[in-house]
Structure formats: structure tokens, C-alpha cells
Ligand binder design. Sequence first.
Ligand SMILES: Cc1cc2nc3c(=O)[nH]c(=O)nc-3n(C[C@H](O)[C@H](O)[C@H](O)COP(=O)(O)OP(=O)(O)OC[C@H]3O[C@@H](n4cnc5c(N)ncnc54)[C@H](O)[C@@H]3O)c2cc1C
Length: 453
Amino acid sequence: MWFRRDLRLLDNPAWSAATNNHPRVVALFVIDDRLWDSGTPLRQAQLISHLNGLDQELASVGGRLRIVHGDPASAFTELAQGESAGAVYWNNDVTASSRARDQAVEQALADSAIASHRYWGNLVHPPGSVLTQKGTLSRVYTPFSKRWLATPIDQWPPAGPAAIADDIGAGIPEPADGVEAPMAGGPEAAEARLEAWLSGVDQYHELRDRPDLAGTSALSVDLKFGTISPRVILDEIGGDTEGRIGFVRQLAWRDWYAHLFHEMPEMAHAPMRAEYAAIAWRDDPEGFEAWCQGRTGYPIVDAGMRQLNTTGWMHNRVRMITASFLVKHLLIDWTRGERYFRKQLLDADVPQNAGNWQWVAGTGPDAAPYFRIFNPVSQSKKFDVNGDYIRTYVPELTQLDKKFIHQPWEMAPLDLAAAEVHLGDNYPHPILDLSEGRERCLAAYKAVREDTR
Ligand SMILES: Cc1cc2nc3c(=O)[nH]c(=O)nc-3n(C[C@H](O)[C@H](O)[C@H](O)COP(=O)(O)OP(=O)(O)OC[C@H]3O[C@@H](n4cnc5c(N)ncnc54)[C@H](O)[C@@H]3O)c2cc1C
């Protein structure tokens, strides 16, 4: 069994099949050093912690997690031959790179007369199973979500009685010095997080846009690494309150982006609305760097980027605000922001990340209209009402009151100095004028829309 982004034993179809079909199973995780090195130390630490959690779960059924380093195609054939394995089992992923890798592994295994068995274990419904009456995948979210809800969930059998091998191979690596996983790892910890969320989910519809409160589940990292199955979450949450219905809708977005990706892997880098490929994006290295570092002079944007850089996670509302600021106000290509998020996020997931960036940029299916440009000041006042989220991540502004914390440049210089804020010194002046940025953006989008008419 090749574990990848399904680091759990419960509700895992590949694991169930392997342990039901064979008397002995080796539980493997392959560390491909190129991929490993692309993660931040924080994400590596989180993955290591999840691997340790999975290892503990395997120990409770008499086995261990075996770690192998290398390119999966060669690592596998060598190992499977040594173990005289009859078959290798795994759960699929939708991105182009993982599909290409899986094909290479499948071919290498076939050349050694070893069978591959593949499942869909990380979505509620597999790609291609939620279709319109015409048999196509809806390009509009609401009809998709209605069909998705009405589609019966295919039950997987529980894990079988196979003996689990207990050789640890190279062993689970240690995290970088001084780096700790942001959250407790493994399936047991993920289930505890779901249990804790059951007491918050009924307020989801009211609190989900408040970055200053714990109004969302924070389950995205578990969903990314597969320490919990989305179907287990769905089953526990049900849908009998407004909060629960709203929450389940988000799981449907997750499936929708994955299904779209399966059909159009080019969504990772190409705008789905072809006319937008011609937008004259700006090359603004200083603006991009200020955005990455959380030094734009717009407190909510800076708070979001600093939350991302220090914790590896960012609240959804603030993801939208920061992304809109980059794409619309700074007019910088969304793919650059997508790459930066993909590098930093613990929950980085190409379909979700690129799908949402395309939503913000207005280039994706069922996306925000191109003229919807989030105003970072009014968004900040509306969703971080008292400025507490800003104070958490932008300590330079701690002493500002709720009236000025969203727009410190509006405060009289003497009052600012009394609050120990020195614009241009310990906190930047705004890097652009919002209305100028807005006009520039609208002109750039309109130009390509007119060009293609
Ligand atoms: C620019 C941008 C980039 C994003 N990049 C990612 C990413 O790389 N990985 C990722 O998992 N999510 C991404 N999201 C979606 C969303 O921000 C996160 O899933 C959410 O913030 C995770 O927090 P949570 O688990 O507390 O969410 P909750 O609000 O508790 O939602 C529960 C689950 O539903 C799913 N979900 C929620 N919102 C969305 C959404 N907008 N699109 C798709 N699925 C959603 C997630 O799996 C999430 O864990 C991105 C959003 C934006 C605007």
C-alpha cells in the first residue's frame, strides 16, 4: 500500500482493498527528495508529524510505516520485487504531475508483472461521477453542488485482516532544528479536531467570515494530507442546521475544483476564460515583494500575509482580500500569487489553490466578475470589526484603536506617534492609491474584453 495524501487507515479504499485482498501488506511512504525540498520547514514538520501519527495507528494493528527514499517508479519496482509483491495499491490524485508520475509507476510495475490497483479516496465523490443530465461536468457551481448532494455515497468495506509488515525502512525523518508542527499529527488528532468542530459548526454561517474568531473548522490541513476522510466529515456533520448546510457546501467546492482539474489540469496555470490570457499584467518586483512580506501598508493585507508566512495558514476571507489586492490593485499575474501560496500554505492543494485564485482573478469558471475588486479597508472594517486580527499579526499597530487600525494613514501624525506608529519607518505608507489601482485594473480587464469582442 502506497500512502500519499491519505495518511489514515479509516475510510481509505486502497487500504481496505489491500488488507482484504492479501494476507500480508507493506505500508509504504515514498519520500521523493525533489518534492520534499519544495515544502517549507513548517510543512515538512507537519507532514512528519502526520507520518508519525500514521505509524502509531499502524503499530496498533501490529505493523509499522516503511519509509523509502527516491523516485517512486524505481523505488517501487525494486522494493516490490524484493518483497515479491503481487500488487501495489494507492489512492489517486488529480493534478497533472501526480497523474504523470502514477502512470510511470504503473508502467514500471507492469514491466515487472506487478499489478496496480487505484482508488479515489480523498474526495466525497470521484471525478466523473457528478454530471449534468447531458453527462457533462457543470461549469457552474450551484447545479454541481445540487447533483453532488443528491449523489449516493458509495460505501467502502472496512479494513481487512492482513498482517502488516513492521520494517520501518529508512525511518521517518526528523523536522528541521527548532521547527515544530503547527498542529498535532495523525488521524487520531484529526478526528479530535473534527470532534471539537462539532461544537462550532452550527455558527458557521454567522462566523465563517470573521478572521478574528475561530469560526471555521481548520480541517483543511487534515484534508490536504488525508488524515481524515471528507466522507467521515460529511457523515459526522450531516446537514440539519444552517451552519452545517453552509459547511457542507464548502466540501462541495472542494470536490468541484478537483473534478474540474481532473478534466482540465491546465487550470493550474492557464486562465479558464481564454480572453484573460492577454491581460497586460504588471511586472512589479517591489510590489510583489511587499505583498509577500506583508508590508503593503494596508493592515488587513499585511496581517494575512504575515499569518501565512508565520503559521502556514490564512483565513479564507483574508485569502480573498490578499489575493484580490495582488491581482486587481497591483495588477500582478494571479499565477505568481498562486505559486507563493502553494509554497507557504500547509493546506496547499493545487486544484483548490488555483481554482480559488482563478475565482478571485475572475478568470475561472463561475468566478467573481472581473469588476469585483475587494476594498481592503472596507473589508477589514466589516470582517475584523475591532481590529483584533490585525493586532495579532501586525504588532506595530497594536496600540491603534478600532477606528484607525484599518487605515492608519487617516490618523493625525501626533496621535500616530503617541501610538508608536511611524509611517515610512516602523510601518509602511500604503504602497498604492486604492482608486488608482482600481481604475488601472478595470482598464486592463476591459481592454482584453473589448479586444476579443
Ligand atoms: C486565494 C485562495 C487560495 C486558496 N488556496 C487553498 C489551498 O491551497 N488549499 C485549500 O484547501 N483551500 C484553499 N483555499 C480555500 C479556503 O480558503 C480554505 O480551504 C479554508 O480557508 C481552509 O480553512 P478551514 O478548513 O477552516 O475551512 P472551512 O471554512 O472550515 O471549510 C471546510 C473545508 O471546506 C473546503 N473549503 C472551504 N472553502 C473552500 C473554497 N473556497 N474552495 C475549496 N474548498 C473550500 C476546505 O477543504 C475546508 O477545509 C483558498 C482560497 C483562496 C481565496
